[in-house]
Design a protein around this ligand. Structure first.
Ligand code: HEM
Length: 409
């Protein structure tokens, strides 16, 4: 493997002019050295994996531990007040995304039944109703409106609240605090304060469900005597956070991408049966949850490189999804593409538990939005849309849109 490519110092994640393409620095690195050494901002060395095959192989290999990073509380390089990790991070009870088997398996197994394709099919009609109600409310407003606030955030929040049995009226508590975790430059103190507020709220909620269970996923979990209140709280935290931030950003950034690709939007409007493929393509193309961390528990060979025991490994799902060795013309959004096999939901034992739910929400969301608002367009120049380059989940902070009122259905 070539040693001539400069080793990046810090993550080369800054976007260039086009808000959708992977950063050029990342693309160059993938072409030259898909498994590349990396120097973290504090000077300690790790690895950055950008090639499709290498990312897939890594995520399927549990010798790469997930006990490195939550993307929320930890970053694997020194932040003020935080030591450089030299061993796996301590586990937070219930937060199984940052656990390895067998702990991970024990907790995930309790939830698989709740998120199967079959369960999600049964919920589909209801999710369509939630989406349509939200679109009814939006159609009553005088444009321009912010699509994030009126549509992209409420739909997945309403759905996950209902599934988990979290009162939607409490959304200010969880939306504000979850957003605080995802700010890249947030101080550890602020993250801990947001985490504390959220878990205090959720601990009370799961305690009341254990005492008087209802008809929802958290109540079902609370019926398991072998789960402690701390574990229930951690699971609730993970599901709530993962369940609304990711899908909300896919809906908003997806709408922005379609509006910026009028030919693709027209194709989709003309052939609504393309929607399931278009959703997979948007997932591939946008990969809103891009960066994940792993920790090598032994020396491991990956794509001709030896990753030393104890190394931190950063994975870019966006770079992998845009690897020309896997997808032809990868930087082109093509609603006709068969994009299955993309890595936006990860791969291996941690592959997204909520992916079927996310698919149902996105199909209902894009179908409804395009049908009800045939003249939808941006209300500001594309260059003025505020991108979430400061957040750990990419997307847009706001998406001002408008339409000709008499065309809204
Ligand atoms: C895991 C992406 C929606 C719950 C993951 C992972 C990715 C991902 C990449 C793997 C993380 C890793 O390997 O470390 C997405 C995207 C979504 C989405 C792009 C929307 C478009 C959802 C929804 C839920 C959810 C709606 C609802 C419950 C989870 C959970 C995990 C997870 C619980 C951890 C699984 C495990 O560790 O076994 N997601 N997700 N996600 N996701 Fe999602």
């Amino acid at each position: 493997m070539s040693q001539t490519v400069p080793v990046p110092h810090g993550l080369p994640m800054d976007r260039d002019a086009n808000p959708f393409d992977p950063p050029r620095a990342l693309t160059r690195l993938r072409a030259a050295r898909p498994v590349s050494p990396l120097v973290f901002p504090d000077g300690h060395e790790g690895w950055l994996v950008t090639g499709y095959d290498a990312v897939r192989q890594l995520m399927a290999d549990t010798r790469f531990s997930s006990r490195q990073d939550l993307g929320v509380l930890h970053v694997p390089y020194e932040t003020p007040g935080m030591p450089v990790p030299t061993e796996p991070s301590p586990q937070i009870p219930g937060v199984f995304i940052a656990m390895d088997p067998p702990d991970h398996t024990r907790l995930r197994r309790k939830l698989t039944g709740a998120f199967t394709v079959k369960r999600m099919k049964q919920l589909e009609e209801h999710i369509v109703e939630v989406t349509e109600r939200q679109l009814d409310a939006m159609a009553r407003l005088a444009p321009p409106v912010d699509l994030v606030r009126e549509f992209a955030l409420p739909v997945p929040s309403l759905v996950i609240c209902e599934l988990l049995g979290v009162p939607y009226e409490d959304r200010d508590t969880f939306q504000t605090n979850s957003a605080k975790f995802l700010v890249k430059e947030q101080t550890l103190e602020e993250k801990m304060a947001a985490y504390g507020a959220l878990t205090t709220y959720l601990a009370e909620l799961v305690t009341s469900k254990r005492a008087a269970p209802g008809e929802d996923i958290l109540s079902d979990l609370a019926r398991h005597d072998d789960l402690s209140i701390e574990e229930l709280t951690g699971i609730a935290f993970l599901l709530l956070l993962a369940g609304h931030e990711t899908t909300a950003n896919m809906l908003a950034l997806g709408a922005f991408a379609l509006l910026e690709h009028p030919d693709q939007l027209a194709e989709l409007r003309a052939h609504p049966d393309l929607l399931p493929d278009a959703v997979e393509e948007l997932l591939r193309y946008l990969a809103v949850g891009d960066v994940f961390y792993r920790y090598a528990t032994e020396d491991i060979e990956l794509d001709g490189e030896t990753i030393g025991k104890g190394s931190t490994v950063v994975v870019s799902l966006l770079a992998a999804n845009h690897d020309p060795r896997r997808f032809e013309h990868p930087d082109t959004l093509d609603v006709h593409r068969k994009a299955r096999g993309h890595l936006s939901f990860g791969h291996g034992v941690h592959q997204c538990l909520g992916q079927q739910l996310a698919r149902v929400e996105m199909r209902a969301g894009f179908a409804g939005l395009l049908r009800r608002f045939p003249t939808l367009e941006l209300a500001v120049p594309a260059g003025e849309v505020k991108l979430r380059t400061d957040m750990n989940i990419y997307g847009v902070h706001e998406l001002p849109v408008t339409w000709t009122t008499e065309t809204a259905r």
